[in-house]
Design a binder for this molecule. Structure first.
Ligand SMILES: *Cc1c(COP(=O)(O)O)cnc(C)c1O
Length: 376
């Protein structure tokens, strides 16, 4: 059996090696390392895939979120409503701009932001909502967009874990996550579902004015070289990464299908076990399984993590500390929050290896070790 890993980017690479190697060498030969045709072509292909009017590539997913907040002209003291149960990047960028992150609860089944909690947290200072499509399925976007419209708020989707996910509205319309809010943000970190061989990120929007602004801000606030109209930053996707991503984009649906197959295998193996709750499958959103995350019921998680590790099975806690309990947010009143669902989940979630290269032998082994611990 091949050794187990949380993600196996190497085996995946070997299957597309000839394509990737040729594309990377073509970039070397073109000497067009920053911007240019390869980056533009990838952005156009990704826009088409995602059903978004515009894709603006940038250096990483964290930058995408920061640039989104800057493009919406959010000011120090403004508030953005976000889940606390997320990766720190979602909220760190707000704090960096002196915008106040207001943390709200997630739904205990979907792990995504709870619309009713958003409504309660809206104040005169609220400017935006940042739903996170955590682990690879969608937040309740239809309700969130309605709340946003009725309070005149922006919606920035953190789609770093959700790329490729289809969300179905009650009228039957299907949209990709990241194309629903005013701006969608994603990350091409190597372990993400559409992962580069280095860092990368992108922003999505249908609004032409916003697209122009996002692009400007990512490029030192300039549209015309050396004429800087607004304060921006320097955030670029390089051509080598774009070349690799363009190849992987063609495989994305097949990669998602492999992740789903692996998730189905786990679901079946764990079905009916009262000690573990398998990932919730929503009616209106399919799941792209960036993570396969269990909720443990009356089990010692640390002991399970240790037992699995001793048996060669990696497992991870995403994330061990919710944002509102991070030291970083003490000055933003982090300690004052009461988020029992978030705390409850934080103590009980555990993620198993899931990626495009898992085979049945590996999964059978993982399942046998998980059940050996759980049923002990
Ligand atoms: C990975 C991730 C990010 C940040 O992306 P980077 O490319 O690492 O900056 C932001 N939000 C979520 C939910 C993520 O998973």
């Amino acid at each position: 059996m091949r050794p187990l890993q949380m993600v196996d980017t190497k085996t995946q690479y070997l299957k597309i090696k000839s394509e990737v190697d040729a594309a990377v060498i073509a970039v070397f030969e073109s000497a067009e390392f920053i911007g240019g045709k390869v980056v533009n072509d990838f952005a156009a292909n990704l826009a088409k895939y995602n059903g978004s009017g515009y894709v603006i590539p940038c250096a990483n997913g964290t930058d995408a979120l920061q640039i989104a907040l800057m493009a919406l002209d959010l000011q120090p003291g403004d508030e953005v409503i976000t889940p606390s149960f997320t990766y720190i990047a979602t909220v760190e960028v707000a704090a960096l701009l002196r915008i106040k992150p207001v943390f709200v609860e997630v739904n205990p089944k979907t792990f995504c932001i709870e619309p009713a909690a958003i409504e309660k947290a809206i104040t005169a200072k609220t400017k935006a909502i940042i739903p996170v499509h955590l682990y690879g399925h969608s937040a309740d976007m239809e309700t969130i967009m309605k709340i946003a419209a009725s309070h005149n708020l922006y919606v920035i989707e953190d789609n770093a874990q959700g790329i490729g996910c289809d969300y179905t509205f009650s009228n039957g319309q299907v949209k990709k996550t990241g194309s629903i809010g005013h701006i969608g943000c994603t990350s091409f970190y190597p372990s993400k579902n559409l992962g580069a061989y280095g860092d990368g990120g992108a922003m999505f929007t249908d609004d032409e004015n916003l697209a122009v602004k996002l692009k400007m801000i990512a490029s030192h606030g300039q549209q015309k070289k050396y004429y800087h109209d607004v304060v921006g930053c320097n955030s670029r996707l390089d051509a080598i990464q774009a070349a690799i991503l363009d190849i992987k984009l063609k495989h994305l649906d097949e990669y998602i299908a492999s992740r789903r197959k692996a998730a189905d295998f786990y679901d079946k193996a764990f079905a009916g076990n009262k000690k573990i709750t398998v990932p919730f499958r929503q009616k209106n959103s399919n799941h792209v399984f960036h993570q396969y995350t269990l909720i443990l019921n009356d089990l010692n998680r640390d002991a399970m993590n240790k037992f699995l590790a001793e048996n060669g099975v990696p497992s991870m806690i995403y994330y061990p500390v919710p944002a509102h309990r991070q030291k970083m947010f003490e000055s933003f009143g982090g300690a004052g929050y009461q988020l029992p669902v978030t705390d409850w989940l934080t103590e009980r979630v555990i993620s198993l290896p899931i990626h495009t290269e898992l085979d049945e032998e590996q999964q059978n082994y993982i399942v046998s070790k998980v059940l050996a611990f759980v049923n002990n």
